[in-house]
Design a protein around this ligand. Sequence first.
Ligand code: ATP
Length: 158
Amino acid sequence: EVTDVGGTMHRVYDNFKMIHPDFVFTLDDDLAAEAKVKIRQDHMEQILIILADNAVKYSLERYEIHFALSKTANRVEIGVQDFGEGLKPEDAKHVFDRFYRVDKARSRAKGGTGLGLSIAQRLVEAYGGEIALESAEGSGSIFTVYLPLYIEGKNEVN
Ligand code: ATP
């Protein structure tokens, strides 16, 4: 299944705007043409929802979430940025581990299981992509998903 990532991102963005009216959401869609990726649409959506949901959950005072979409010659880059609590380098290393949660007590209050990011990472990797995190404690996080661009007539192999 080939998915238009921009379309999926716009839908998730619209939904989050509606569900969280107290937040400011922005979407920076840099794509000259649509970016197609060989991924199931619902999987793409699930990845974005996990990241956006975390961005909301771990925002503290600045209720702002930024979605970004761009592409290079061979891959699509999808960014979800928040200006919330951020992560220490030693915690950032483990956030993709199953059941890992930084502050057990506080995270419990926020109702998570610690599975979201491990699922997102497994999905991204299943489609030949990568997920990266840039974060600083106290100033927020940027999660970036890289996925191979689907180029008609070229990626027909798998
Ligand atoms: P859920 O399974 O419901 O998503 P969760 O948010 O605890 O629960 P993950 O999504 O796997 O689980 O995240 C793991 C941990 O990484 C979180 O408990 C939190 O400590 C940290 N984390 C994830 N996203 C962010 C973020 N945007 N800012 C700061 N910390 C984050």
